[in-house]
Design a protein. Structure first.
Length: 368
């Protein structure tokens, strides 16, 4: 095995719109941490918008820093207090930093910390994300993968595996509303990268899924690939869409994935009307501004209302088990087309990812 390097390549953000590949000194991990050699890192579709154009800039670490938050790699070095993880292990990186002394304080490594004042300290401790050859992360944030099953038995490629962390976001929502085999769940909108993956995940877990969105082509693709998935093209007519959501049975639950957009999510009211009495609703999206909800429907139907951000470690572990058992498919077996780029070609990767932001398309930096 190659010796630990003195320095490594990283895509460093010096300031808004000022990015370059730089040599970064390798730092040995302290107790409680590991250093991972990154092998595949997904490119966020908004990388161009945020980092290059400077629009909707998210509060992260102080400049300079490294972005990127979905990756897999091999453990390169450990802090000495590990009992299970070892050098050379293939791991998926949990990007949600959690304070060890207060669970409510968190931040997303390589992205942003806008949750609590203490979150900034987490970002300062782990300021660099995964657009780099190496990354330092908390020991508890690496999950060892069974590469014999994933590579030899199922035939996955390295760039298929960062999808596991996208699934974990969906698992957080599904577990929050206690989705079980045989349940019927509305997922809307359902054609983005995360929302499309939750359609796939809910189907793999045995649920009947009403995938509701405006993009008919992707809806039809989801319904064709995954069992028990029904496509509903939203019209914007609240009652018509509510009736449409009930044509395959009255839904037990609704998961909302409204993206970061200023428009009013009319499907929210439709789904709340469609869900059965004492049904469950979980909001996982990121709409801008305030959102109107049908207060009376929620109260009179005794709906259980949840908000869920990201996922727990157990959620990610559950996703890993489903993938390793073959129940949950990844990559091309799950309808994904993944474009791979060298880190030096980051400008092309950013543009491609922005132009292919819907479900079924992913962009990855891959490292030898």
């Amino acid at each position: 095995m190659a010796s630990t390097p003195q320095e490594y390549k990283a895509l460093v953000v010096e300031s808004k719109g000022n990015l370059s590949i730089k040599d970064v000194p390798f730092t040995a991990p302290k107790r409680g941490d590991v250093v991972v050699r990154v092998l595949a890192s997904y490119v966020n579709p908004n990388s161009q918008e945020v980092l290059v154009d400077g629009a909707n800039f998210l509060p992260g670490s102080d400049f300079p820093f490294v972005w990127g938050c979905q990756a897999v790699g091999r453990v390169e070095a450990t802090g000495g207090d590990e009992v299970h993880v070892k050098k050379g292990d293939l791991v998926v990186l949990d990007n949600l930093l959690r304070a060890r002394d207060i669970e409510e304080v968190s931040a997303i490594q390589g992205l942003f910390y806008k949750f609590a004042p203490q979150s900034k300290k987490l970002m300062e401790m782990y300021e660099d994300g995964f657009y780099a050859q190496y990354a330092q992360v908390p020991l508890e944030n690496v999950h060892v993968l069974n590469e014999n099953k994933l590579f030899n038995q199922y035939g996955y490629k390295m760039e298929d595996l960062p999808q596991l962390t996208r699934f974990a976001v969906g698992m957080g929502g599904l577990n929050r509303v206690q989705i079980k085999p045989g349940d019927t769940v509305v997922i809307a909108p359902s054609t983005g990268k995360f929302s499309g993956d939750i359609v796939h995940l809910a189907s793999a877990m045995g649920a009947t899924v009403i995938a509701a969105s405006r993009n008919k082509a992707i809806l039809d693709k989801l319904a064709k690939i995954f069992p028990r998935v029904h496509a509903l093209q939203l019209t914007g007519d609240i009652q018509k869409d509510a009736d449409g959501m009930q044509q395959w049975g009255v839904p037990d639950a609704f998961l909302d994935f409204t993206p970061q957009m200023p428009s009013i999510p009319r499907h929210l009211t439709s789904a709340i009307q469609a869900v059965k009495p004492r049904g469950r609703v979980c909001l996982l999206g990121a709409p801008q501004g305030n959102v109107e909800i049908p207060y009376a429907f929620i109260m009179f139907k005794n709906l259980e209302f949840y908000f869920n951000f990201m996922y727990t470690r157990e959620d990610l572990q559950q996703v890993v088990r489903l993938a390793e058992s073959g129940v949950l498919t990844l990559g091309s077996k799950a309808g994904q087309e993944i474009a791979t780029y060298n880190l030096n070609d980051w400008e092309d990767a950013f543009k491609f990812s922005a132009e292919h932001a819907t479900w079924g398309n992913s962009t990855a930096f891959t490292f030898e």
